[in-house]
Design a protein. Structure first.
Length: 570
RNA sequence: GCUGGCGUGGCUCAGUGGUAGAGCAGUCGAUUCGUAAUCGACAGGUCGAGGGUUCAAAUCCCUCCGCCAGCUCCA
C-alpha cells in the first residue's frame, strides 16, 4: 500500500518532467524522487520558472495523464544507456550513469524516457490527483559547489479526498506557524536590526520563565548543580578546545585591550575551566553541572527561521563528568530524563538519531569507536529505535539527537547527548581515584530542550498557541459585564493574583461578547465573567477557552482547581 | 551563502507613472450590554534604505538591507 503511493508519486515526477520537456525542450534533467507526501524533480533550465509556469506545467501534465501512456521498463547495458542519454543531450544523467553498475533500467512513457530503477504505476492515467506547489533552488547532488538547479515540488495522492485533506492540513498547519502566533500572541519578535536575534516580549518571557523554573526543579531532583559561565572568553581558550580549528566559521570575535576574545558558540570550554578550578575525587563523580547558557553562532542568513533557527540562543546545557564505569548509566539516565520531559510532560512524538564521526574531528579512531559503541549500548539498553546519521557528530564526539516535528512535519533537533573523551584530554581533566592516582574522567554534553528559543517555537506550534495553564502568559481574564462591575472585577483580579495566578481584567466599555472574543483569540485558558448577579452574590461565572461556559462558582474552589491544574501541568 | 519570490500605518491587505486608501487594533465620545465582533468620530504611513531615469516615482532601473520558500548548514 505504502509502496503503491510511492510509485504513484514517482510516476507523477516523471509526468512532470515530461511536461517540462515538452514546454522547454532544452531542459536538462537531474533527479526526481518520491518524497513524503509528494515528489520533486530538479531541472537545469535557462528559463526561470515562475508560479504561472507551474499552472502551464500542470496543464501539460493533465494532457499526459489523458493520453494514458503506459510506463515501459527497459533493461539496458550501461554502454547503450550512455549512448541514449548522449543522444538526448542529458549530461546529469550521464554523470549518474558513471556510478551505476553495468546493467541499468530506463522507463519510457510516450516520447519521454528517463534513467530510473522504478517501480512505477502502469500508466500515466493513474496520476490523477496531484498539485504542483513551489519552485525553489537546489544544488546538484546537494553540493553547494555544484550548479544550482530549479526544483519543482508537487504533491500527489491516490484519491481526490486524500489530496484535498492534505491541502487542508497544510492550510491548518500554516495557522499554527510559531512566527504568526508569536506576533498575534505578542510573545516575541525579530527586528530588522537584529536578524536571528530574537526579542522576548513580556508574554513570551512568562513562558520562558515557566520553562526555566520547571527545568531547574527537574534538575535539582536529578542531582544537578547549576552554574553560569561568561559569554565572552579569550581566544586562546578556543584554540585549546579545538573550536578555532573546527568551528571558527560560526563564531563571532571581538577585541578587548588588544587581546582577541570570542563570543561563546558553546558552553563546554567554560565548563572545562570550572571543572579544573579544583581537584576532584572519584567520590565527587558523577558530577552533573547544568547551565542555561546563551550562545551565539553565525548561521547563514538563508538558514534563519523564526525561533527555530537563530543566531543567539540559550542552551539548557549540562556537562556530566564521570568515571569510565559510570558512562552507560549516565547516558541512560539522560535518555530517561529527556523522555520524561518530552513524552510525559508535553506529549511530543519524537525520533532518535545517532550521529557518528564527522570529517573534521579531534581524537583518534579508537576513541570514537569506543564512544559510539557506548551510545549504541545505552540506546539498546533503553530499547530505543534509532537511525544512524553518518558523519554528523560534533567535532569532539558522537551524539544521540532527539528530533521533534513542527506543524508542517519538518523535524528539528532539540535534545542531544554527546559523549566526549576528547575535550577532557585536551584540557587535561583529572580526578583522584581510590588508588590515589590521577585519572581521566569521561564527559557527557547534553541538552533537554536543546535551545529554549527553538523549544518555545515547537511548543507554540504543538499547542497551536493554546498553552496549558502552567505556561499560559495570561491564565485568567476577568471580564466585567458593564462598567458598574469594574470595581468588583478589580477585587476578583487582586484576589486571584494574590494566589499566584496570572490575571488581567478587560475593563473597556465594550460588549461582553467582544471582550470574550478578544480573550478567546488570545487563547486565555479561563475567563471569569462578572455582572450584576455575581457582584451582588460574591460569585463568579467561569468560561473555559475550549469547554465554554462552565457556570457559576465562588473564588475559593475555582482558585484551588486552577492551582491543581497548574501543579499537574495539564 | 546560493536560486527564486516579496517588502505600503501595530496587524491583514488594496493601490503599477499624476501630490497615499480600507478593515481590524488604538484614542475619544455615546452606549451599560450576560458567554466569539454596539455605534460614531479622531488619530496614525518621508510606501525597507540609498542612488538613478522622468516635468512627475509606492509604481520604472541599479545597489544594499530584511523577510518568505527551498538548497547548503545546524540546537
Amino acid at each position: 500500500m505504502m509502496e503503491r503511493i510511492e510509485a504513484l508519486r514517482h510516476t507523477a515526477a516523471h509526468v512532470m518532467a515530461q511536461a517540462v520537456m515538452r514546454l522547454w525542450p532544452d531542459a536538462k534533467l537531474a533527479i526526481g524522487p518520491a518524497i513524503k507526501d509528494g515528489f520533486y524533480y530538479d531541472f537545469d533550465l535557462e528559463h526561470r520558472l515562475t508560479s504561472e509556469d507551474l499552472s502551464a506545467i500542470e496543464g501539460e501534465m493533465r494532457k499526459i495523464v489523458k493520453e494514458e501512456l503506459p510506463l515501459i521498463r527497459e533493461e539496458l547495458s550501461k554502454a547503450e544507456a550512455v549512448k541514449l542519454f548522449t543522444r538526448m543531450n542529458q549530461p546529469y544523467k550521464l554523470e549518474l550513469l558513471a556510478e551505476l553498475p553495468e546493467q541499468v533500467s530506463v522507463y519510457r512513457q510516450g516520447e519521454f524516457v528517463d534513467l530510473c530503477q522504478g517501480p512505477h504505476v502502469d500508466s500515466t492515467a493513474q496520476v490523477k490527483h496531484f498539485k504542483l506547489q513551489t519552485v525553489a533552488g537546489a544544488y546538484w547532488r546537494g553540493d553547494s559547489s555544484r550548479p544550482m538547479l530549479q526544483r519543482i515540488y508537487g504533491t500527489a495522492f491516490s484519491s481526490r479526498e486524500d489530496l484535498e485533506a492534505h491541502l487542508r492540513l497544510l492550510e491548518e498547519a500554516a495557522k499554527r506557524d510559531h512566527r504568526k502566533l508569536g506576533r498575534e500572541l505578542d510573545l516575541f519578535s525579530i527586528q530588522d536590526e537584529g536578524p536571528g536575534f530574537p526579542f522576548f516580549h513580556p508574554k513570551g518571557m512568562v513562558i520562558r520563565n515557566a520553562l526555566e523554573d520547571f527545568w531547574r526543579a527537574e534538575h535539582i531532583k536529578r542531582g544537578y548543580h547549576e552554574v553560569k559561565t561568561p559569554i565572552m572568553l579569550h581566544e586562546d581558550l578556543w584554540h585549546r578546545s579545538g573550536h578555532w580549528d573546527n568551528y571558527r566559521e560560526n563564531m563571532y570575535f571581538s577585541e578587548i585591550d588588544e587581546q582577541r576574545f570570542a563570543i561563546k558558540p558553546m558552553n563546554c570550554p567554560g565548563g572545562m575551566l570550572l571543572y579544573k578550578r579544583k581537584l576532584h575525587s572519584y567520590r565527587d563523580l558523577p558530577l552533573r553541572v547544568g547551565e542555561l547558557g546563551l550562545v551565539h553562532r553565525h548561521e547563514l542568513s538563508g538558514a534563519l527561521h523564526g525561533l527555530m533557527r537563530v543566531r543567539c540562543f540559550t542552551q539548557d546545557d549540562a556537562h556530566i563528568f564521570m568515571l569510565p564505569s559510570q558512562v552507560q548509566a549516565e547516558i541512560e539516565g539522560v535518555i530517561e530524563f529527556i523522555d520524561a520531559v518530552y513524552s510525559d510532560v508535553f506529549g511530543f512524538r519524537y525520533h532518535v538519531e545517532l550521529s557518528t564521526k564527522p570529517a573534521n574531528a579531534i581524537g583518534d579512531d579508537a576513541m570514537w569507536e569506543r564512544a559510539t559503541q557506548a551510545l549504541k549500548d545505552a540506546l539498546a539498553a533503553k530499547g530505543l529505535p534509532y537511525v544512524i546519521n553518518e558523519g554528523d557528530g560534533a567535532f569532539y564526539g558522537p551524539k544521540i539527537d532527539f528530533h521533534l516535528e513542527d506543524s508542517i512535519g519538518r523535524t528539528w533537533q532539540c535534545g542531544t547527548i554527546q559523549l566526549d573523551f576528547a575535550m577532557p584530554e585536551r584540557f587535561d581533566l583529572v580526578y583522584i581515584d581510590e588508588d590515589g592516582q590521577r585519572k581521566r574522567p569521561a564527559m557527557l554534553h547534553r541538552v533537554i530542550f536543546g535551545s529554549i528559543e527553538r523549544f518555545i517555537g515547537i511548543l507554540t506550534e504543538h499547542y497551536a498557541g493554546a498553552f496549558p495553564l502552567w505556561l499560559a502568559p495570561v491564565q485568567v481574564m476577568v471580564i466585567p459585564v458593564s462598567d458598574g462591575q469594574n470595581q468588583y472585577a478589580l477585587e476578583v483580579e487582586q484576589s486571584l493574583r494574590h494566589q499566584g495566578l496570572r490575571v488581567e481584567s478587560d475593563m473597556r466599555s465594550e460588549s461582553v461578547g467582544k471582550k470574550i472574543r478578544a480573550a478567546q483569540l488570545q487563547k486565555v485558558p479561563y475567563m471569569v465573567i462578572v455582572g450584576e448577579r455575581e457582584a451582588e452574590t460574591g460569585m463568579i461565572s467561569v468560561r473555559h477557552r475550549q469547554r465554554g461556559d462552565l457556570g457559576g462558582t465562588t473564588l475559593e474552589p475555582f482558585c484551588q482547581q486552577l492551582l491543581q491544574e497548574i501543579a499537574e501541568r495539564r
